[in-house]
Design a protein around this ligand. Structure first.
Ligand SMILES: Cc1cc2nc3c(=O)[nH]c(=O)nc-3n(C[C@H](O)[C@H](O)[C@H](O)COP(=O)(O)OP(=O)(O)OC[C@H]3O[C@@H](n4cnc5c(N)ncnc54)[C@H](O)[C@@H]3O)c2cc1C
Length: 436
C-alpha cells in the first residue's frame, strides 16, 4: 500500500495487453504489479514463443504499444518509406516489447514491480480485496485487479494424446521426424505458422492440412489499400442481424470491384458495436456459418509467407483440402474429404491441432487464475464459451475492482485480439482505474 492508502493495480498476465496497460497506468502515476510466467514475460505467446520465420500479420507502423503512438514500433526500428508498412518478424516485435518494459522500469522504477511467477489462485478476502497467490507462495493484495491472461491457455507440450493439441508450447513439434508425414487440422494462420515452423526445423515430409471448407486466409493487398466503408445496405443488414443479406451484399460489392480485404478492414472497427446488438441466436449463426469466411478475410497473411506455401504446394509436399478427420491410429489418418462418401487413408505420423481453442470452454474453469473466481461466482463463462461475461468496458457487473482485457472479452465484443484493439482497451481501462 502507498502513502495515500492505495494498493498498486495488480495485472495478472504479462503479455502485450498487460504491458500496454502497465505503460498507461504508470504514465498516469499509478503503481503497478505486473505478474506473468517467466517463459514469455512481457512478450506473451505470440511474440515470445514464435519461430524466427513467423511474421506479424499487421504492418510495422500499426504495432506500437500505445494507442496515441501507433507507429512507435516502426520508429524504434528506424524503418523508412515503404518498409514501415511491411510485416516484420514476430520475435523482433517481442524485442521491442522487452525494450519498452526496460524503459518503463527505468522511468518508473519505484512504481513498477515485475514478478515472474505463475498465479496459483485468486480469491476475494473478507475485506473485499483481491488476493493473488503465486506459485512462489507469496500473496499479493489489491482492490484493483486486471485479468490479462490472453486465451487462458494452461496446457504444456506434454500430452499422451497422439494429436499435438498445444502447437505453441515449447518443443511441441520437436519429436516430428524430418521425413514424417504430418496432418494439420485447420487451414488458418496457425496452420501456416506450423508449416513454416516445420520447414525451419528441416522437415521434408508431406504435409496435409484440412478444414471444413479448406479455406485459406487472404493475402494482404500490396501496396496497402485504405479500408472501404460498408455500403448503407451492408450496414443495415448487419445492424438487423440479417447475416444472409449481409453476406449477399458483401459479395455484390466484391463483384462490383471492392476488395474483400479492404471491405473487411472497413467493417472491423464496427464489429464490437454490431456484435453487442445481435441476439444470441445471430451470434451463434455467425459462428456456425460465417466465421470461417470472416476469419479468412480478416486474418490475412503477407505475400512472402504465401510464397513458401505456394512453393511447397508446387513441389507436391503440401496439400490443403476441405475434409474432416474420422480417426487416427498407428501413423495413419482416416479422412472424409468434403463431398466424398468414403473415407480416405492418409499417412500421418504426427497430427497437429491448429484449430484454435474455441472448442475448449472447460479450460476457463481449469485455469488456476480463474477457477476459484468462477466457483465463487465472481466470474461466469459467457453463453458461447468465447470468454467471460463482462460489460462493454471489460468490467464485471456487480463485482468491484475486477476487470478484463483482451481475449477474455470476446464474448462481449468478438474482436478483442489484435494489437490495435488491445492498446485502445488498455488506454480506456487505465483512465477508469485512475479514477478509483
Ligand atoms: C501466434 C499468434 C500470432 C499473432 N500475431 C499477431 C500479429 O501479428 N498482430 C497482432 O496485432 N496480433 C497478433 N496476435 C494476436 C495476439 O493475441 C495479440 O496481439 C496479443 O499478443 C495478445 O496479448 P495478451 O497479453 O492479451 O495475451 P498473451 O500474449 O497470451 O498474454 C497472456 C499472458 O498471461 C500469462 N499467463 C497465463 N496464465 C498465467 C498464470 N496462471 N500465471 C501467470 N501468467 C499467466 C501467459 O503466460 C501470457 O504471457 C497473434 C496471436 C497469436 C497466438
Amino acid at each position: 500500500m502507498d502513502s495515500s492508502g492505495k494498493f498498486p493495480v495488480v495485472i495478472a498476465g504479462a503479455g502485450f495487453s498487460g504491458l500496454a496497460l502497465a505503460a498507461q497506468l504508470l504514465e498516469r502515476g499509478d503503481a503497478v504489479v505486473l505478474v506473468g510466467c517467466a517463459k514469455n514475460f512481457g512478450r506473451g505467446t505470440a511474440y515470445g514463443d514464435a519461430w524466427r520465420e513467423h511474421l506479424l500479420n499487421v504492418p510495422a507502423d500499426r504495432m506500437g504499444l500505445r494507442a496515441d503512438a501507433p507507429a512507435a514500433f516502426a520508429d524504434w526500428l528506424d524503418l523508412q518509406g515503404d518498409e514501415r508498412r511491411r510485416f516484420r518478424p514476430r520475435l523482433e516485435f517481442g524485442d521491442y516489447l522487452a525494450h519498452e518494459l526496460d524503459a518503463l522500469a527505468a522511468r518508473h522504477g519505484n512504481q513498477l514491480r515485475c514478478i515472474e511467477a505463475g498465479i496459483a489462485t485468486i480469491t476475494r478476502g473478507a475485506d473485499a480485496r483481491w488476493q493473488v497467490t503465486l506459485d512462489s507462495g507469496e500473496t499479493l493484495q489489491s482492490d484493483r485487479l486486471v485479468l490479462a491472461l490472453g486465451a487462458a491457455n494452461t496446457a504444456s507440450a506434454a500430452t499422451n494424446d497422439a494429436i499435438i493439441r498445444q502447437p505453441w508450447a515449447r518443443g511441441a513439434l520437436s519429436n516430428i521426424g524430418a521425413d514424417a508425414p504430418v496432418l494439420i487440422l485447420g487451414t488458418g494462420l496457425t496452420m501456416i505458422d506450423m508449416v513454416l515452423a516445420l520447414q525451419s526445423q528441416g522437415h521434408r515430409g508431406a504435409i496435409t492440412a484440412i478444414s471444413r471448407r479448406g479455406r485459406l486466409p487472404l493475402l494482404h493487398p500490396e501496396p496497402p489499400l485504405p479500408p472501404t466503408p460498408p455500403s448503407p445496405t451492408l450496414l443495415a443488414a448487419l445492424e438487423a442481424g440479417d447475416l444472409r443479406a449481409a453476406l449477399r451484399e458483401f459479395r455484390t460489392l466484391v463483384r462490383e470491384g471492392a476488395a474483400s480485404a479492404t471491405l473487411a478492414d472497413g467493417l472491423r472497427p464496427l464489429i464490437p458495436q454490431l456484435w453487442r446488438g445481435w441476439s444470441l441466436q445471430s451470434r451463434k449463426r455467425f459462428l456456425r456459418h460465417l466465421r470461417p469466411w470472416w476469419d479468412s478475410v480478416r486474418h490475412r497473411v503477407p505475400r512472402e509467407v504465401f510464397a513458401t506455401l505456394d512453393r511447397l504446394r508446387e513441389e507436391g509436399r503440401l496439400q490443403i483440402r476441405a475434409g474432416h478427420l474420422i480417426g487416427h491410429e498407428n501413423g495413419v489418418a482416416r479422412i472424409r474429404w468434403r463431398g466424398d462418401r468414403d473415407d480416405a487413408v492418409v499417412p500421418a505420423a504426427a497430427v497437429i491441432d491448429a484449430t484454435g481453442l474455441d472448442g475448449d470452454r472447460d479450460r476457463y474453469a481449469a485455469h488456476p487464475a480463474l477457477a476459484t473466481l468462477i466457483v465463487d461466482g465472481h466470474l461466469r463463462i459467457d453463453a458461447l464459451g468465447l470468454g467471460l461475461d463482462c460489460d462493454g468496458n471489460g468490467d464485471i457487473p456487480g463485482v468491484d475492482g475486477l476487470h478484463l482485457i483482451g481475449f477474455l472479452r470476446r464474448g462481449e465484443c468478438w474482436e478483442s485480439t489484435a494489437v490495435p484493439e488491445l492498446r485502445a482497451q488498455a488506454a480506456a481501462l487505465a483512465g477508469r482505474l485512475a479514477a478509483y
